[in-house]
Design a protein around this ligand. Structure first.
Ligand SMILES: NC(=O)C1=CN([C@@H]2O[C@H](COP(=O)(O)OP(=O)(O)OC[C@H]3O[C@@H](n4cnc5c(N)ncnc54)[C@H](OP(=O)(O)O)[C@@H]3O)[C@@H](O)[C@H]2O)C=CC1
Ligand SMILES: Nc1c(N[C@@H]2O[C@H](COP(=O)(O)O)[C@@H](O)[C@H]2O)[nH]c(=O)[nH]c1=O
Ligand SMILES: [Zn+2]
Length: 363
């Protein structure tokens, strides 16, 4: 069903749709964040992206924002239009009713209710449909959604802020700040495009973090916060608990709630919170498809051991802390080098005195 002869014009408009789809990341889960551009006579007449909460879908947003009639237009969509009538009507029906002439798709939707059916329905209505245009780029953007359907877990991204020699805190626990302002701002933009930030109780106790997005204009895109805390040690006076009314906060634990936490704190009790497969299923049930792990070393190492860390954003400063500092990763008790997990370099970005290394898990 893929097509090799897309024109430069097709690539240009699909690139535009892909950039729109990135806008919604972190706000649409469990729905994917899709982009759509409507084009007539080589002019954009409408554009849309999945709206916060996952609805309206990108196609509907584009159709309703169109400045002229979409009759005869080409729709560029980053994901196959939905064919199922969920809480809103199917996007295929909306495109058919709008009388668009062509639909160019990047990725197919693995959702069994859609997978290929979106294309079939459009074709049955006489619309020319081509798929596979910039699929690789679109697949990356939609990974959280795809993982939720195909791997039964969210996409996990690790953010590490370390010294030049890979330390994330001094022995005494001091860690504010290791990386510079530029790195930390980049870290905040990562927060904005994830559904939740995950930390262990060690970090909650040592840093009393807020875990909010404090970038100007994106303050309302702070993700949910999750603390893994087997024995429910997080203090009632912690920043996370105090701000739970404003920003959804979940504490995963193994004990029943014996403290007087405010009702805004969501306490989730599991039999074994070290079972990361089970924890992942619960994350999905909370509608989370993109989770940012912000440490500390113990929690991150557990996810690495499980081979669940998909992306790493490693911010490295110019300081040397030394062997008594806390390493970003704990002992993995490897017996041979061939057992070491490897992460492929995707990007190296200088950030003033720091450097950002972006890596992805090697399959
Ligand atoms: N520079 C940086 O990027 C960062 C630095 N830090 C620094 O790291 C230090 C804290 O690190 P660390 O002590 O390792 O703390 P973590 O945040 O990794 O918390 C570890 C604790 O989380 C609990 N936990 C619950 N579930 C799990 C699980 N499935 N796997 C592993 N742990 C789980 C355990 O405690 P229990 O059994 O009680 O539940 C465990 O001891 C601080 O000094 C902080 O400043 C932290 C984050 C980022
Ligand atoms: N020390 C350190 C980081 N630490 C991370 O940021 C958290 C604090 O977040 P907040 O309270 O929202 O500012 C902290 O608990 C840890 O996860 N991050 C960085 O970009 N650079 C740094 O040098
Ligand atoms: Zn739809």
């Amino acid at each position: 069903m893929t097509h090799e002869s897309f024109t430069d014009i097709d690539y240009g408009f699909m690139k535009h749709a892909l950039s729109l789809s990135k806008r919604g990341l972190g706000t649409t889960a469990p729905n994917p964040s899709v982009g759509c551009v409507l084009v007539k006579n080589n002019h954009v007449i409408g554009q849309g992206w999945t709206q916060p909460g996952g609805r309206p879908h990108a196609e509907i947003h584009a159709l309703t924002s169109a400045v002229s009639s979409p009759d005869g237009a080409t729709a560029y969509v980053t994901l196959e239009p939905c064919a199922h009538k969920g809480q809103s009507g199917a996007c295929t029906d909306a495109l058919i009713q709008a009388n668009v002439k062509r639909v160019i798709i990047a990725s197919l939707d693995p959702n069994p209710q859609v997978n290929g059916k979106g294309i079939e329905d459009l074709k049955a209505a006489g619309i020319a449909v081509l798929s596979g245009c910039m699929k690789e780029e679109a697949d990356k953007i939609h990974r959280g959604f795809f993982f939720s359907l195909q791997k039964n877990r969210p996409l996990y991204t690790a953010k590490i802020a370390s010294s030049l020699d890979g330390k994330i805190a001094l022995q005494c626990g001091e860690s504010k700040w290791i990386t510079n302002d530029q790195s930390r701002m980049r870290g905040h933009s990562l927060r904005a495009n994830h559904d939740a930030i995950l930390i262990g109780i060690g970090t909650a106790l040592a840093d009393n973090p807020s875990l909010t997005c404090r970038l100007k204009g994106l303050e309302n895109q702070s993700p949910k916060r999750i603390v893994m805390d087997r024995q429910l040690r997080i203090p009632i006076t912690s920043e996370l608990v105090l701000s739970a009314e404003k920003i959804p906060t979940y504490i995963f634990t193994e004990v029943s709630n014996s403290k007087d936490y405010p009702p805004s704190v969501n306490i989730i009790t599991l039999n074994n919170i070290k079972d990361l497969k089970e924890v992942s299923r619960v994350f999905l049930s909370l509608g989370l498809t993109r989770v940012l792990i912000e440490g500390g070393a113990t929690l991150l190492s557990a996810f690495i051991e499980e081979d669940f860390v998909d992306d790493i954003y490693w911010f490295r400063s110019n300081q040397v802390i030394g062997a008594d500092g806390l390493s970003a990763i704990r002992s993995l008790a490897l017996r041979q080098l061939s057992d070491a997990k490897r992460y492929k370099l995707q990007e190296l970005l200088p950030l003033g005195t720091d450097i950002l290394e972006r890596r992805t898990r090697r399959r």
